[in-house]
Every structure is written in structure tokens, then in C-alpha cells.
Design a protein around this ligand. Structure first.
Ligand code: SF4
Length: 253
């Protein structure tokens, strides 16, 4: 647990977000390493996958969290106490999401890092007009999510996400470990094979923090202007960019 929050305003840095130099890559072929691990770890448990990540990358490994829940952050903190947990504050989050982030930082053994876009929402409104998310959500996501994460991950060799195969058809083939060509990093999805029931069981067993909106009809929590509650029978991500062709923010494409 840390007593101060690290705020990273993206703008270019090669240093580790906490200011340390970090571990050099040692000339490893990360792409080959990722592809081999994807095959070797397909049947491994999330904790085994994260233990491999901790041993392989050390402080050059982080977890990203949308603060929908803290399941992957909790698992990662067991494998690597004090692990960096990166949260992307787009400026459009529900207050419950910010509250979940603050609670995670207060009670879990993680180093919480908050990334923010280069421009505030007001500055973006001045440049592109208000409610860009309604008119051009791809550009809004590119400015407020994709670009900040790209920069925020610069110092890492590997990052973990909470992607699961059962969340939507677009995520059905998510590998547990893969090469992220866009960012040239190892991308780890330790709970890719878990179902919602597996997640619920882990939350219940370990008392893991979850976003209160999950108890209020939301099955997937993103930015407030682009998230609605889901109806019975809809998949978990049906409430994201509802009524639009868009299904992903571009972080995982
Ligand atoms: Fe903008 Fe909506 Fe994307 Fe958030 S989810 S960055 S508000 S378009």
C-alpha cells in the first residue's frame, strides 16, 4: 500500500513512472518470449501466469485497471506485492469509479498510478467542440485513452489486463499471453479463461473491491457518457457505446 498517489500526465518519458531506472531488457526477444509463454501458460491458473510475469519482468511489469473491479490487481499483488496498477483517468469517469480507485489504493498492496490525457476535457472541448464522444467517439478514445496509455506504458516490458473470452465475441480468442505489436510489449490476460462465475467466486472468497455500479445494473463500466445499464440477456459489454457500431475503445485492437 502506498500513501501517495502517483499522477502521470502523459508527455513523454523513458523512466519508470516511480522515477527509478528499472530493469533493462537484456536484449531479450520479447515477441518470441510472449509467443512461447502463450503456448506454455494456456492451461495455467491466473496466479501462475502472474507469478511468471513477476519473475520474468519484475518492475517492468504493470497491471492496467478500469476499476470495474480489482480482481486482476488483487491477483497481481499476490504474485508481486507493490505491483504497479495503472488507471487511466479520462476525465469522464463515474464518481463511483474514482471512488473504487481510491479504495484500491488505500487497502491493497499496490502502487497506484493514474494516467491523464494531455488535455483536460475543457481544453478538448475548446479544440474539438463539446461532446466529442457523441460525434466522434473513436477520436475521443484516441485522445483520452489510447494515446495516454501508449505513453504511460513506455517504461514497461509487459502489461496485464482483465480481458476475458466470455465478455464479448470480439474477445473470444484472447490469448493468456501474446505479443502486443502496436505497443511492442508483452500483453498478459491472466483471467482470459475465467467466466463471470469464476470472477464472482474470487471476489466473494477474497473480499475484492468492486465498482458499486456493478450492483446497479451495469455489467461493464467505462466512461459515463458512453456507458449504460444492460438488459437481461445482453452480453456484458452491450452497455458500452450502445446504439453505435463501436465495441472497443482501441486499447485492445
Ligand atoms: Fe470519450 Fe466515450 Fe471513449 Fe471515454 S469511452 S474516451 S468519453 S468516447
Amino acid at each position: 500500500m502506498t500513501d501517495t498517489r502517483t499522477e502521470i500526465h502523459t508527455g513523454g518519458t523513458d523512466a519508470h513512472p516511480d522515477g527509478t531506472a528499472g530493469t533493462p531488457t537484456g536484449g531479450r526477444d520479447l515477441k518470441a518470449l510472449a509467443e512461447q509463454a502463450g503456448r506454455d501458460l494456456e492451461d495455467s491458473s491466473p496466479l501462475e501466469i502472474l507469478a511468471w510475469a513477476a519473475a520474468t519482468f519484475g518492475e517492468r511489469f504493470c497491471v492496467t485497471s478500469s476499476m470495474e473491479d480489482a480482481v486482476v490487481a488483487h491477483l497481481a499483488s499476490r504474485a508481486l506485492p507493490g505491483v504497479d496498477v495503472v488507471f487511466l483517468d479520462t476525465g469522464y469517469h463515474f464518481e463511483e469509479t474514482i471512488g473504487t480507485r481510491d479504495a484500491v489504493e488505500a487497502v491493497m498492496d499496490v502502487n497506484l498510478i493514474t494516467l491523464t490525457p494531455t488535455r483536460t476535457v475543457a481544453e478538448q472541448d475548446a479544440e474539438h467542440g463539446p461532446r466529442l464522444h457523441d460525434r466522434d467517439p473513436d477520436l475521443c478514445c484516441a485522445l483520452r485513452k489510447v494515446a495516454p496509455l501508449q505513453e504511460g506504458l513506455t517504461a514497461y516490458e509487459a502489461w496485464a489486463t482483465g480481458l476475458r473470452r466470455d465478455e464479448s465475441p470480439t474477445r473470444a480468442n484472447t490469448p493468456v499471453v501474446a505479443w502486443d505489436e502496436k505497443r511492442r510489449k508483452v500483453k498478459i490476460a491472466p483471467i482470459a479463461r475465467w467466466t463471470q462465475e469464476d470472477v464472482d467466486a474470487y471476489v466473494a472468497e477474497h473480499g475484492v473491491l468492486t465498482n458499486p455500479l456493478l450492483m446497479d445494473g451495469y455489467a461493464s463500466v467505462g466512461c459515463a457518457p458512453c456507458t449504460r445499464r444492460v438488459e437481461a440477456g445482453e452480453d456484458a459489454r452491450a452497455g458500452r457505446w450502445a446504439g453505435r457500431a463501436k465495441t472497443e475503445c482501441g486499447l485492445h485492437g
